[in-house]
Design a protein around this ligand. Sequence first.
Ligand code: GLY
Length: 607
Amino acid sequence: MRSIAFLLSLVLLGGCASSKNAPDFRTQPSRASAARVSQREPTYKHVVAADHLIASQAGLEMLKKGGNAVDAAVATSFALSVVRPYSCGIGGGGFMLIHLKQHPRIKGLPRTIALDYREVAPSWATPDFFETNPQCRDDPDASTRGAHAVAIPGTVAGLLYALETYGTLPRDVVLAPAIRAAEEGYAVDADYIRATKSPRVTGAPKTPIFDEFRSTYLKQGAMAEGTTLKQPGQAAALRLIARDGVKAFYSGEIAAEIRKILKQGGADVSAAELAAYRPRELAPIVGTYQGKRVFAFPPPSSGGIVLVQTLGMIDARRAEFDSYDYLSSAQTHFLTEAFKHGFADRARFLADPATTEIPTLELTSASNTRELASRIDMNRVQPIESYGSRLPGSESSPKDGGTSHLSVVDSFGNAVACTETINLSFGSLVCVPRFGFVLNDQMDDFTTRRGKPNAFGLRQDDRNLPAPGKQPLSSMCPTILLTEDRDNAPVELVVGGSGGPWIITGTIQVLLDSVTYGLPASKAVAQPRIHHQWKPDTLRIEPEIADSREKVGAKEQTVRAGLEARGQSLKLGKSECVIQAIRRSPSMPGRFEAGSDPRKGGEPAGE
Ligand code: GLY
């Protein structure tokens, strides 16, 4: 069977097994086979999976000191600002999903908190700004590069709020590993060099606003794999944050330098609006999948809604879905059609919930996902405009390296799934003088030009037009699953990723790989993947899936042929998302497996 041989080659270590003794994932989705494979997977009592080993180790250092998952997540995130400066950082924003089971000061647990510290639009950002402002209207890069790309950062406020409210360790202890990495430096890796080679980065105009970026992060074109990158400026910023907390960033010296460089680029941000930034706590979306509780991130994330909808569509046709071979054309077609429904809803309904009424409950309800599932035709695709929920309101209308996800579990039963972003690689390419960190280009996640796609090819509704203080819609999708559908069930899976809209489809596939197909975490994150975001109407698929062979009755064909026969339009290429997952070991009680996606070279750290 194609599915069996395929899984074998990817799952079993050492490549010594043959398809004869392969686990049949079609008929035994998770139990015996998963336990067998998991015996060879390292397990941990507490662990951090980030997309850089130094960052994972920063989190582990906190866990070893007796800190909890929030302490570890905050330390990991500050370290990522230094070691993945093109993916996230103190000039960006993020979402932290915290599942708290045990805490020395907090009663009434378990509780799950969706902490939103996404950037907000500055006061100059009116809905038609990018279409009418003389400096921006003829510059297609205005929302991705330079001062007008920059939204007010939320990461420092969010991380320190998380630490003070839900962490246990002091600020200076948690920031220490990041300061160390910035001062001592580290050897840049292949992924860093890949980020420096993007045409958006190499093609940045030779204007003074990009000077600091070019000298710090590109070494004026001399940066090579293995070069030691020290960041004394970022170390100074982190030291100030460790000493003075939030005010160091939002009203002290750092704030003054942020305002100065933005003004140099023509964007006025007042001291008052910087100082007014606050993170917010939101209620997570609560769903179920295969009888397990799912906690997902609510709007302004679109990820949580699309994830819960997709899982709902699968559960609605459970027996049929389970009968499809793993990564067969039938399973891939079903998932693709489900993604199209979810992304059509993303485009039509979703935006900042503070400014727009979002029908979250209706979109994610079992009755709605059943209805969407009933419209998946296993023989053919549908007219593109017909996808999505039939709710009132539905009639309206580059590669991302700028995001990073980390997953943490501690030995107290707590878990954190945290995704942070500066949007595209190296964000706006504007660095803050003296402090050296990169500012985001999150303005491009708004609908900056009506009817036009953003840098990820996403078409979005007018609900997502910019406005002062508003947050742009996001695809970030930090997710936590419990072993059963009850609040105090143990954590089974902590997952999320980076890669713009690919985050959502990648997170869903790794969740399916881990929970439905029983793959250990390190294998689940490495599996080949597919992606469809409704528009453009293209199924992006890794060649390992498209070129594999399957049997349909007496006939043998490629998966590609099976998909094309149903009307899918394929484009082969590498998956553009990077996933970090932690899964409860099915064979080692109380221990966890961890996987950092090999696509970015990260590694987990645990004990
Ligand atoms: N900037 C990527 C996202 O939030 O979706």
